[in-house]
Design a protein around this ligand. Structure first.
Ligand SMILES: [Fe+2]
Length: 278
């Protein structure tokens, strides 16, 4: 089984780098579509949009609709649950009877569980008792498949970068970590939010975070010729070895660039926008 993970596209319509973000997202989907073999599934681990607006979701849905593989989305701290739910409701996997954007996909050799780690108080992660109970219920549905869990906020301390803890408290993060260990069948945790690549673990469960697809918001140092090329993760599952993660650098392709009035697309200008918030 092959999973393509993308994250933190931060689609917006009115910042100086809005066109670049749209281009980064479109190039990434085109690159994933060109993979052979292609992924069984694409998972977007949140911050789909930058302001959670309906018009931003409309653009994101249109881009994701170009994907050949089925695509699933999580909510990030920049997303708006109600607008996200409305934008993606037609795909049928978002429960209508829950306040949270959390669900399980059972169609593959590995079960996929998407969690909602949003806080109403800050851009950091939260995971209340209700969500712990729901996670334990989701993990208990089947007994024989391994589980890959997807979160926006990483449930481990990311010791590169200025901020190690991305939950509101150690206590909150520990509650999620204990829940993830509960079933004994979670084999990997894949997250976003940090905008840089890193790896850690949840009491022995391998856990990774991936860079932001939005190259203008990506953290860490990259060679000059990579600065406008998005980076995403391919997770390949083997029953004997578990997941192996490959980092892929999107190839530059002019044929998927946004066009203006039918004219050939311009090369994007050097982005001058920086975002202090994840
Ligand atoms: Fe983000």
């Amino acid at each position: 089984m092959i999973i393509a993970q993308i994250s933190d596209t931060h689609i917006t319509l009115d910042t100086p780098d809005a066109e670049q973000r749209a281009r980064d997202f479109a190039l990434t989907i085109a690159d994933i579509n060109a993979l052979d073999p292609g992924p069984d599934v694409i998972v977007h681990t949140g911050d789909i949009t930058h302001n959670g607006r309906q018009d931003e979701y409309a653009q994101a849905v249109a881009t994701l609709a170009q994907a050949r593989a089925p695509a699933y989305v999580l909510a990030g701290n920049r997303d708006n649950r109600a607008n996200l739910r409305e934008a993606f409701s037609g795909f049928g996997y978002l429960a209508l009877d829950s306040d949270f954007v959390a669900y399980a996909i059972n169609d593959y050799p590995v079960r996929l569980i998407a969690l909602d780690t949003l806080s109403s108080a800050s851009n950091r992660g939260d995971f209340c008792r209700e969500r712990v109970r729901h996670l334990i219920d989701l993990m208990g549905v089947e007994t024989d498949k391994p589980i890959a869990v997807f979160t926006h906020h990483p449930p481990f301390e990311v010791t590169v970068g200025p901020d190690r803890l991305h939950f509101e408290s150690q206590n909150v993060m520990s509650g999620l970590r204990r829940a993830l260990q509960h079933s004994g069948r979670v084999v990997a945790v894949f997250s976003g939010h940090v905008h840089r690549a890193a790896a850690g673990d949840v009491a022995g469960i391998p856990a990774t975070v991936m860079p932001s697809i939005a190259t203008t918001l990506r953290k860490g140092e990259y060679p000059a010729d990579m600065r406008k090329r998005p980076v995403y993760h391919i997770h390949r599952f083997d029953p004997a070895w578990g997941f192996t993660t490959e980092t892929r650098i999107v190839a530059a392709r002019r044929d998927v660039l946004p066009r203006e009035n039918g004219a050939p697309a311009r090369e994007p200008r050097t982005p001058d926008y920086s975002c202090s918030q994840f």
